[in-house]
Design a protein around this ligand. Structure first.
Ligand SMILES: CC(C)(COP(=O)(O)OP(=O)(O)OC[C@H]1O[C@@H](n2cnc3c(N)ncnc32)[C@H](O)[C@@H]1OP(=O)(O)O)[C@@H](O)C(=O)NCCC(=O)NCCS
Length: 190
């Protein structure tokens, strides 16, 4: 891929200040403005150690972030993806999503995400990348707007478990889905 997306690097957050910068970016950006998500509420989500936060870098500079949830029946849920406004539309989000899909591949046959009903641009991107609509969560965050649950799948859990026998990259598939008792996997990937 040409453009900055091809040069994306991903790492864990380096400091609390970096998480605060993510929260500020999120609170200043759609769809979270319409969803009335404050920087303080964003920071609470970003500090939840049960989830994974990943920082995207382009030319070694902060380019955006992603929050993943690898627990429960929606294991493989991309809760948030946000790219710096001046870098949008240049392939960085596509590269970050590809990175996340590879990260999730070791944990689940499914990648889930939600897109706000008014966020046509993001929905177009997800559909282009192979995500399909599961259904609307009506009035889910704010009244008057739905969150559309989308899924990109490699197949059933049983097929995934069978394939995992010969794939060392797939970890603990016998504990999925629904297992939330294991340790956070973030440490294993830092
Ligand atoms: C959605 C987002 C992560 C995509 O990352 P990106 O680097 O801009 O995406 P890419 O350059 O890889 O792909 C371009 C596609 O992204 C979508 N897109 C571009 N700018 C966007 C924006 N400001 N908001 C939403 N989607 C956008 C469009 O579908 C675009 O395709 P098009 O050019 O055919 O219209 C990024 O635009 C962003 O952070 N948007 C604001 C926050 C957001 O909507 N996050 C998703 C919440 S579900």
């Amino acid at each position: 891929m040409d453009g900055p997306g091809s040069g994306l690097a991903v790492r864990a957050p380096a400091s609390g200040a970096e998480l605060e910068a993510c929260a500020e970016l999120m609170a200043a950006s759609e769809p979270w403005v319409t969803l009335r998500r404050t920087a303080a509420a964003s920071l609470t989500i970003l500090r939840d150690t049960a989830k994974e936060v990943w920082i995207g870098l382009v030319d070694r500079e902060f380019a955006g972030f992603m929050i993943l949830d690898l627990r429960g029946p929606l294991c493989g849920y991309i809760q948030t993806v946000c790219i710096r406004p001046d870098l949008r539309g240049r392939g960085v989000g596509t590269a970050f999503l590809a990175w996340a899909e590879e990260r999730i591949r070791g944990e689940s046959p499914n990648v889930f995400l939600c897109v706000s009903s008014f966020n046509q641009g993001a929905r177009r991107l997800y559909e282009r990348l192979g995500y399909r609509v599961v259904g609307p969560l009506t009035d889910f965050i704010v009244e008057g707007h739905d969150e559309i649950l989308m899924r990109k799948t490699r197949g059933s859990w049983n097929a995934y478990r069978a394939a995992a026998e010969g794939d060392p990259q797939i970890s603990r598939p016998q504990e999925r889905p629904g297992d939330s008792s294991g340790p956070s996997t973030r440490e294993a990937h830092e």
